[in-house]
Design a protein around this ligand. Sequence first.
Ligand SMILES: [Zn+2]
Length: 234
Amino acid sequence: MSYCVNCGVELAASERRCPLCGVEVINPREPFDENGERPFPNDIEKVRHRLVRVTAARVFSLLLAIPLVSILLVDLISDGALTWSLIPTAAIVYAFLAVVLPCLFKRPIVWLFMLLGVAETVLFLFVLNVILGGDWLWLFALPITLLTGAAVIGGYLMLRSRRASLTLKIVVLLLMIAVSLIILQMLIEIHLHGAIRFDWSVYAAIPCGMLSLVALIIGRLVRKSESFRKKMFF
Ligand SMILES: [Zn+2]
């Protein structure tokens, strides 16, 4: 057992320097031992990350539990049964699933959590539909949720892809936005007016199409000049 000559802190054999003041450890009777017991865990960063994640999950759970309990109590006392409180309860459960669940994973797989988010949203909408009634879910909210989810997850996976070139990524992304907007307007029009009509979505889709064409042309030019440069060795 050694002690720091400067500050007196107790030192393990696996320490070259005092962890508190940084003074070099020299003890001829107990030389430095690489495999000696470490005073701190080796994976201190991992431990710290875990602590932050778990603390965040706990704090957020508590922050959600307070309004949840208050809402349920107020509803029970005022109405004698759970009525309107079911809607905020569904919202709180939704927030819990969306925020706390990812906190509990060491390295969340982003696309999987996006997928989970879509599933949670669908579940939340379904619960709302059961409470509120009406036919807005199946023809309107559900298709829009699935469309948005598919666009976001597809866009994310494509942007991350290593095989696709930048040009291809830009073109696909722009076309995806254009198609999504057109489908979105279709769904809205059917829901509100009972008929399909396109105006604003087409106005937005046209520049997307033109931009993707520009991206394709630029990409082709860049590739041509690259191959020319390689051929001419400069
Ligand atoms: Zn010291």
